[in-house]
Design a protein around this ligand. Structure first.
Ligand SMILES: [Zn+2]
Length: 151
């Protein structure tokens, strides 16, 4: 026969909402873990628990920032597409006024991969890439600002 001790638990009461989580019961030795688990379960779901409230606020913030950095907002796509059109239109205008020696070099440049160009040649592409980065930066800042206003 194993030794089993009967213990009386008067009550386990939530400090936030005052609910009696475990009432006046008698338990066999070893049941303490089950009592603790039922209290933890109440604690995690207790609407008066400030830690639970803060955890939910932080999860909402995390979800909003995840959505922002996924960069799949239709408005962002439109702003980037607008920038592409502007880039193309500027290129079309430049083509008509570019010096003949520049134009003569375009087939060579067009045949090269970005990594095959000189650093100076790459810089003109970096200038355009920086414009795109600024659009993305502006979008991410606006997403964070919108969250700050909500919170
Ligand atoms: Zn509670």
């Amino acid at each position: 026969m194993t030794d089993r001790v009967l213990t009386r638990v008067k009550a386990v009461i939530c400090i936030y909402c005052g609910e009696v989580v475990v009432g006046d019961i008698e338990v066999m030795d070893g049941a303490a873990e089950a009592i603790r688990e039922s209290f933890v379960k109440h604690d995690e779901g207790c609407t008066q628990n400030p830690i639970r409230t803060e955890r939910e606020r932080l999860r909402a913030e995390r979800d909003l920032l995840r959505a922002a950095i996924a960069l799949d907002a239709p408005a962002l796509l439109e702003v980037l597409a607008e920038a592409e059109h502007t880039r193309w239109a500027n290129w079309m205008r430049y083509q008509q006024t570019a010096p003949a020696e520049k134009r003569a070099d375009w087939p060579r440049k067009a045949a090269l991969a970005y990594w095959g160009m000189t650093n100076e040649e790459q810089e003109s592409d970096r200038i355009e890439a920086r414009k795109t980065l600024e659009i993305v930066r502006t979008y991410l800042r606006a997403a964070v600002d919108a969250f700050d206003k909500e919170g």
